[in-house]
Design a protein around this ligand. Structure first.
Ligand code: GTP
Ligand code: MG
Length: 270
């Protein structure tokens, strides 16, 4: 533990996603690190919470959350993982953090000081088993739509000519230990298809309410996610707004692929 780094300047990673996706379970898994303890039972989150984590900054690509960095003698990079509640009524405040050119999270959540922590990345966790039966797809995609649209609008609302910081987004397809779970590639294509449906439905709503085609095409006022004129939605369209989306499968519990790929993804971005 190094006291040389002022606590309040640590960057953070914002963990979002629908209820029951496994956000708190993942937070607990990363927090216990090398300790091989069974995961405690989680409860529905009602307020955000954050934990301080360290990753091997010498080589994040080969880092493991199970490594004891003190013993390894490695140089550690510290960051905060901010676990948020997935309940729809509690989402607005999570989204509000992303609603500026340089997203930060307020001090009261992450420290006792008055400083703000810079959000370096977003992890949007989904339950790949729940997505398999289709019922969870519309509500999951609805939330993801709002996250991506908030990040996109940030781009338009910037002051002056300076582009907002790029924002990497990891869609973490969780629960791949369950044989009913969709593989990551299908999680990706199903979400893209559903986001496209939501986009079409919302733009139709705007047209019905008198917003002109020109306004939509300008991309300033509308809720049109991604690039203009495209028939199908794909995550790649978000690159235009410096929002870089990856979809990676994993699991927090059970006998599955584990969480190391997510850890590495985070380590390369904090
Ligand atoms: P909210 O706080 O309501 O937003 O939910 P959350 O995303 O924090 O979910 P939570 O971590 O509480 O996990 C919900 C349930 O999913 C718990 O019973 C976990 O044990 C279970 N769970 C989490 N990860 C996995 C996994 O990889 N595989 C399986 N099978 N179950 C998991
Ligand atoms: Mg939770």
């Amino acid at each position: 533990y190094s006291t040389a780094t002022p606590y309040t300047t640590l960057p953070s990673v914002l963990l979002l996603g629908p209820p029951g996706a496994g956000k708190t379970a993942l937070t607990t898994l990363f927090e216990r690190g090398p300790l091989d303890l069974p995961l405690a039972k989680t409860h529905t989150s009602q307020v955000p919470s954050s934990i301080e984590l360290s990753i091997n900054s010498d080589d994040p690509s080969s880092a493991s959350y199970k490594t004891n960095l003190d013993e390894a003698g490695a140089t550690a990079k510290k960051f905060l993982l901010v676990d948020t509640p997935g309940h729809p009524k509690l989402r607005a405040s999570s989204l509000a953090h992303l609603n500026s050119a340089e997203p930060t999270i307020k001090s009261s959540l992450v420290s006792d000081g008055g400083a703000k922590s810079k959000i370096k990345a977003v992890v949007f966790m989904v339950d790949a088993a729940a997505l398999a039966d289709g019922d969870a797809l519309p509500s999951t995609a609805e939330y993801l739509y709002d996250v991506l649209l908030t990040l996109q609008k940030r781009f338009h609302s910037r002051n002056g000519s300076r582009a907002p910081a790029s924002m990497p987004v990891l869609v973490a397809a969780n629960k791949l230990d369950l044989f009913t779970a969709l593989p990551a590639a299908l999680v990706k294509s199903n979400l893209e298809a559903e986001l496209g449906r939501i986009r079409a439905a919302r733009s139709k709503g705007l047209l019905d309410s008198g917003v002109g085609q020109d306004d939509l095409a300008a991309g300033e006022e509308g809720d049109w996610l991604g690039g203009d004129g495209s028939e199908k939605f794909s995550f790649a369209q978000m690159m235009e707004f410096d929002v870089d989306v990856d979809v990676i499968g994993g699991s927090v519990t059970g006998d599955g692929p584990g969480a190391e790929k997510w850890w590495k993804w985070i380590g390369e971005r904090v």
